[in-house]
Design a protein around this ligand. Structure first.
Ligand SMILES: [Zn+2]
Length: 241
């Protein structure tokens, strides 16, 4: 097996691959929620359409009720009209005539109400049609968004295959006992296990590193980790000799 310096170099290579794997997996993991959100938004839109539908039906129902009301008022006016000539006294006749006029006036009010409802029903139908068209457009957009996400997942899967192959190539250049340590830090530290020291600071947590830590790294006798974030440290400018 190569010296520690070369192995650290290989770990850095592995980290580059793993960083991409980590990012891609995170992106992929977020997709089901994104698809669910799209489905939920579309369901909500459909709900809105059904409310337009309900409003139109309610108006139809009101119109039907008013028509029944009108029918019964007209029937009773007709009935009274038929009885008019059977009456004996002028007083009875006048009273009945007033009653007929009253019923007819009531019927006329209902008639106006029906006309008004017909206008409202027409307007509701137009609104419903418009809403249906808007929803159709939105469904297209929703489907497009979902297709895009699914295509991206496929793209990610393909890339992950390539990255896994790269890992397999790099792995033999690292001592087997180092890998579990690297892997553990990778999992616990947000996908970043090995970091360089920059301006005397840990590239992972920015903690200032004393010169003796840098000297220890440069000795390449053992793996040196950051005391704060536990990540493996390396020196970027130290060329492999
Ligand atoms: Zn650190």
């Amino acid at each position: 097996m190569q010296g520690l310096k070369t192995q650290l170099h290989n770990l850095v290579k592995l980290q580059t691959v793993d960083t991409e794997i980590y990012m891609l997996k995170r992106e992929k993991d977020a997709v089901p929620d994104q698809i669910n959100a799209i489905d939920a938004a579309f369901e909500q839109r459909k709900q809105r359409l059904s409310e337009f539908d309900k409003a139109a039906l309610e108006l139809q129902k009101q119109k039907k009720d008013a028509e029944l009301d009108l029918g019964s008022k007209e029937a009773s006016a007709k009935k009274l009209q038929g009885q008019l000539y059977q009456l004996k006294t002028n007083k009875e006749y006048q009273t009945m005539l007033q009653q007929i006029q009253g019923t007819k006036a009531d019927a006329s009010v209902v008639e106006d109400k029906i006309l008004n409802l017909m206008d409202q029903i027409d307007a509701a139908k137009v609104a419903l049609e418009k809403e249906k068209q808007v929803l159709q457009q939105e469904e297209k957009v929703f489907i497009e968004q979902k297709n895009k996400l699914q295509a991206r997942v496929k793209e990610i899967d393909d890339r992950l295959c390539v990255l896994e192959a790269s890992r397999t190539q790099i792995m033999p250049g690292i001592e087997p006992r180092l890998l579990p340590q690297y892997q553990r830090i990778l999992e616990n530290r947000d996908g970043l296990a090995i970091v360089s020291i920059r301006n005397s600071c840990c590239g992972g947590c920015n903690m200032n590193m004393p010169p003796q830590v840098i000297n220890l790294i440069r000795m390449y006798e053992r793996i040196i980790t950051c005391e704060v974030c536990n990540r493996i440290l390396y020196l970027e400018d130290d060329q492999i000799s």
